[in-house]
Design a protein around this ligand. Structure first.
Ligand code: SPV
Ligand code: MN
Length: 630
């Protein structure tokens, strides 16, 4: 074996034996090549054992990538002040010359040029460091959904995060048949040179280069998990490409179950929401059950639409998690159980503090800025907040007492009956609307998803940003084809999930939100009822909406609130011009993002616009619920 001597010189006999036992030449080649190229001092090979998990955590602490806190099972990790989110500009697809034309709408770089650049950047990058090789699965192991993955990294924080977030799969690799041994994802990562705080310093050489042609991702000079953790968003891009070729789907969706106690039934929903549109809070509605909060794989299994949570844990935004709004998560973060906090403040009491925590923070401590005190300014003269708005927690999902154990552990996933596409706009989309069928749902609900900028985001307020399927950052082949694949996915299925749109952000004439945060429970249960044929609905030019009396009943039942006819009429008015404008924005976004989008898609939207224009002609620009009859 080409790299045997080299690997033996960098590994203990035990680590080498673990690698050799896999009898997988492609794994050997991958580890050997980067052992030589990145040149770490030593390499540790992990299995699925409890001892290895503990060792990785202990190493992250010993090497100063994580720090102890007041509770023994808590640790904190800080990313560089300038490495606090996904670096979209430096994230590129490595594309063979012959594929460049097809991929030109994506942020891509010609393969030979890109591979040379990334190999130059990574040459000798691990010198002086201890690297680690780990095996994980996307989805449950040994299931029809499993995608085996190998991670090679010099960050023990990345390794530790992955043990929490994914299912360990060394045994899965051991059991792979010869015919399967070629088919897995590879991730090579280095945090690069570190400063005295153990933060990546060469951020000008931060790169994430994705090669969907060979299922490998190169990530260099970063630590923020969205940039560094291979199994998260890098893997998602590889999976979206792979699923496109194989006829399944990888979606940026939660999975949850709506629980109807009266009827003794559990109905599984998946949901896609751009950030800050209510994704986690929908997945965590009190009284319902959660299966996953970020990424789902969909497969047609014996004619059924089935989904698994790709992950085992949550890398959740901690901002605004507080005892009132997110009691389940808050309680778990405050317990002495394994959590990695990132980019929060740790006070003199060793406890974590963050924005919107609902607890008074101390005046000093340590955060992503370093030593921090109230009022301290960064080098640009900006006051540094107690924590970064993108500060996060990394935690196993099965700590949550609202976990749906049955769905979470199932090797064949759960049968999905409803899909929610949730956007954010202040004046167009009604709180809940059912699509008459799958195709209309994809083209009118999924493709048109937008989020509206708020005062909390950079730039102008009130700008609508298109984000089809809430997946636009990760769609790794042309958007038009991806859209067609979404439409075709259900072909031949016995039952097809109902698609709904949601919008929790409609504002009244006074500019204030109209319903409380918990109203989403009512919209969910209306959808749940519709799936089981229970409520009547009114037609609109884009779908079907609830009747007033059903919502009155649901508001009373679930929230003990009175729901006024005036609020109903306002919320569920169909606004023709606003909808036409939304469809025009969607068309423009597709034309710009993927000029090769099939004409049939644009024709469909033109027909939808014509239908709405005719409705406007007949009923006026604002159509009250119940008034529209085609
Ligand atoms: C997202 O941005 O959708 C996340 C966090 O889930 S990250 O890992 O940064 O992608
Ligand atoms: Mn996400």
């Amino acid at each position: 074996m080409k790299y045997e001597k080299l690997l033996k010189s960098k590994m203990s006999a035990e680590s080498f034996e673990r690698l050799a036992a896999l009898k997988n030449p492609k794994v050997m080649e991958f580890v050997g090549f980067f052992a030589e190229h990145c040149d770490p001092d030593s390499i540790y090979v992990c299995t699925d054992s409890e001892e290895d998990m503990k060792y990785v955590r202990q190493q992250a602490l010993a090497l100063g990538e994580e720090w102890p806190m007041r509770y023994p099972n808590h640790t904190v990790h800080w990313d560089s002040y300038y490495d606090q989110g996904r670096d979209k500009n430096a994230t590129k697809y490595l594309v063979y010359k012959e594929n460049l034309e097809r991929m030109k709408a994506l942020n891509s770089i010609e393969y030979e040029t890109g591979i040379k650049e990334i190999l130059d950047i990574s040459a000798g990058i691990m010198r002086g460091k201890q690297a680690v090789v780990l095996f994980f699965a996307e989805g449950p192991t040994e299931s029809p959904f499993t995608i085996p993955c190998v991670q090679f990294t010099d960050s023990w924080y990345v390794a530790h995060s992955e043990y929490i977030l994914y299912r360990s799969a060394y045994n899965h690799f051991l059991k792979m048949k010869d015919s399967e041994k070629d088919d897995f994802f590879r991730f090579i990562h280095s945090a690069g040179r570190l400063d005295e705080n153990n933060n990546s310093v060469d951020l000008d050489k931060r790169r994430v280069y994705i090669d969907t042609q060979n299922n490998i991702v190169y990530s260099m000079n970063n630590q923020y998990a969205g940039n560094s953790v291979g199994l998260k968003k890098h893997s998602m891009r590889l999976a979206i490409n792979k699923s496109g070729q194989e006829g399944w789907l990888c979606e940026h969706m939660f999975i949850m179950a709506a629980v109807n106690e009266e009827k003794n039934r559990k109905t599984y929903f998946c949901g896609a929401y751009p950030s800050a549109c209510g994704k986690t809070s929908t997945a965590m509605i009190p009284g319902e059950l959660i299966v996953g909060d970020d990424i789902a794989y969909f497969r047609n299994i014996n004619g059924e639409f089935r989904a698994v949570n790709v992950e085992n844990g949550m890398f959740g935004i901690i901002k605004d998690v507080n005892a009132k709004d997110d009691p389940v998560i808050f309680k778990n973060l405050m317990k002495d159980q394994e959590v990695i906090f990132s980019n929060v403040l740790v006070g003199p009491d060793g406890m974590p503090y963050w924005l919107g925590m609902g607890v008074e923070a101390p005046d000093e401590g340590r955060n992503h800025f370093g030593k921090w005190h109230r009022g301290v300014k960064d080098s640009d003269g900006n006051v540094v907040d107690i924590a970064h708005p993108n500060a996060r927690y990394t935690m196993r999902l099965d700590y949550l007492d609202n976990i749906d154990k049955e769905g979470f552990e199932s090797k064949t996933g759960v049968k999905v009956e409803g899909i929610l596409y949730g956007g954010r706009d202040s004046d167009t989309t009604v709180p809940i609307e059912e699509s008459p069928n799958w195709k209309d749902g994809i083209l009118l609900k999924a493709c048109t998803l937008e989020s509206e900028t708020t005062s909390a985001t950079l730039g102008a307020e009130g700008v609508r940003v298109s984000n089809p399927m809430a997946n636009i950052d990760f769609v790794s082949y042309p958007l038009g084809q991806y859209t067609i694949n979404n439409i075709r996915f259900v072909d031949g299925m016995r039952e097809v999930p109902k698609i709904f749109s949601t919008n929790y952000f409609m504002r009244g004439r006074d500019g204030k939100f109209i319903t409380s945060k918990l109203a989403k429970k009512v919209w969910l249960h209306w959808a749940e009822g519709r799936i089981h044929g229970e409520f009547d609905a009114y037609e609109t030019p884009t779908g079907r909406i609830p009747k007033y009396e059903d919502l009155v009943m649901l508001f009373k039942k679930y929230l003990n609130e009175d729901f006024s006819k005036e609020t109903y009429d306002y919320l569920f008015t169909f606004r023709c011009s606003k909808w036409i404008a939304k469809l025009e924005r969607t068309k423009a976004f597709y034309a710009k993002t993927d000029p090769n989008t099939p004409k049939e898609i644009f024709d469909y939207w033109d027909a939808a616009i014509a239908k709405i224009a005719a409705a406007k002609e007949k009923y006026g620009d604002e159509i009250l619920p119940g008034a529209y009859h085609g």
